[in-house]
Design a protein around this ligand. Structure first.
Ligand code: MG
Length: 392
């Protein structure tokens, strides 16, 4: 196999993300997007060097990030230019003369599969230039300024260009020289080759190689990544809680109000089910208990929705690189009947925990009129969770 250098174009400001810093610093499962992207390239043996083109004002931060993830020795960081073409030109100038292929990749495409990078490299080694692309699936409409459809665009021959875009080093240099000579500006490397009439092969890629542009993309990428990530550690956690039933309080369980003549007494909304779940999660992560994080002496937690506390607990777990794999929760109550409310509770709890509803199992039990739950003096709940860690 020929030797190749990757140029990671991470110069975008990412204004559509609504964040103050560039999108490549946004985290996916606790790890910055750029790091995920570089990891994919490091898994390809033919890639000998990686050049990261960062915005000039974020060059040092990028360098520090690479050092943090122990990648500084394998990557060179350079300051980018105004346009993508300028940035790639700067990167290209850093490529060693004996390197045969250059693979340009968007820093914001972290889900690229190493096998797909390899396929592009092989195609470019044979044909001179190859890019990853996917055939159009949707029907395309040409739309007028007043948002009425002009006509349907023939999509038979249309593909969506992605990256990597791999070109023989000498050819890419030639294409840049030609573009500069003609003051031609292209939005990707393939367009520079097209401008000079050099053939470019298309390698069919995957829709999962998405470019993270909007906050929605980030959530989708996170879900895709979770399926791919090997689980490196599993931790079990257990939680128990009980609250007294009194008149004049709403009964809140699993984040919803249940019609009943009595409610649970507590500093927050006294959602005993959610408290048991929080404690189980904290337990699995070695983070103590709910009282330590949200003391009932603190007025800011007075009457607070426990679902909000749960979302914060999930945030704490995420900071320790743990995510909820599944939870099994039993509520012990003589009355009212809870099973009809379980599907709605499941949805609320799953959303707070950022998992599928199927990952949350709810059960109800009575104690056959024995003890404090049997006498309807209170309601208790037990929760067991399995937390999975993802690699940092
Ligand atoms: Mg409690």
């Amino acid at each position: 196999m020929q030797t190749a250098t990757a140029i990671i174009a991470a110069g975008g400001a990412g204004l559509r993300m609504g964040t103050s810093s560039p999108k490549q610093f946004s985290e996916l499962l606790g790890v910055p997007i750029l790091i995920h992207t570089i990891r994919a390239f490091r898994k390809v043996p033919a890639i000998g060097a990686i050049i990261v083109v960062a915005p000039a004002e974020h060059r040092e931060r990028t360098q520090a990030l690479l050092a943090l993830y122990q990648m500084a020795d394998h990557c060179t960081v350079v300051s980018g230019g105004k346009l993508r073409q300028d940035s790639v030109r700067i990167g290209l100038a850093q490529v060693e003369p004996d390197c045969q292929l250059v693979a340009v990749h968007d820093g914001a495409r972290p889900l690229i599969a190493p096998e797909d990078i390899q396929r592009c490299l092989e195609a470019a080694a044979t044909y001179g230039a190859a890019i990853m692309a996917v055939p159009m699936k949707d029907t395309l409409k040409a739309v007028a300024a007043d948002t009425t459809i002009r006509h349907t665009v023939e999509r038979e021959s249309l593909w969506q260009a992605q990256t990597p875009q791999v070109v023989r080093t000498t050819l890419l240099k030639e294409a840049f020289a030609r573009a500069d000579q003609d003051s031609f500006v292209g939005t990707d490397e393939a367009s520079l080759l097209e401008h000079g009439d050099w053939p470019v092969m298309v390698v069919e890629g995957s829709e999962t190689n998405l470019k993270i542009t909007r906050p929605d993309d980030l959530r989708m990428a996170e879900a895709l990544l979770m399926q791919k990530q090997p689980i490196s550690e599993l931790r079990i956690g257990h939680g128990f809680d009980a609250h007294r039933l009194v008149a004049g309080r709403p009964l809140i369980l699993g984040g919803m109000e249940i019609p009943h003549e009595l409610g649970l007494l507590g500093h927050s909304d006294a959602d005993v089910l959610t408290h048991a779940l929080c404690d189980a999660i904290l337990g699995a992560c070695g983070c103590g208990d709910i009282g330590r994080h949200f003391p009932d002496s603190d007025p800011q937690y007075q009457g607070i929705s426990s679902i909000r506390l749960l979302a914060q607990v999930i945030g704490l777990a995420k900071a320790k690189h743990f995510r909820l794999h599944n939870a099994d929760i039993t509520v012990v109550a003589e009355r009212p009947k809870l099973a009809p409310h379980f599907p709605a509770m499941q949805t609320i709890l799953a959303e707070a925990c950022r998992v599928e509803p199927a990952a949350i199992n709810l059960k109800a039990s009575t104690t056959e009129k024995m003890g404090y739950t049997g006498r309807e003096e209170g309601i208790s709940a037990h929760a067991v969770v399995l937390m999975a860690s993802y690699p940092t």
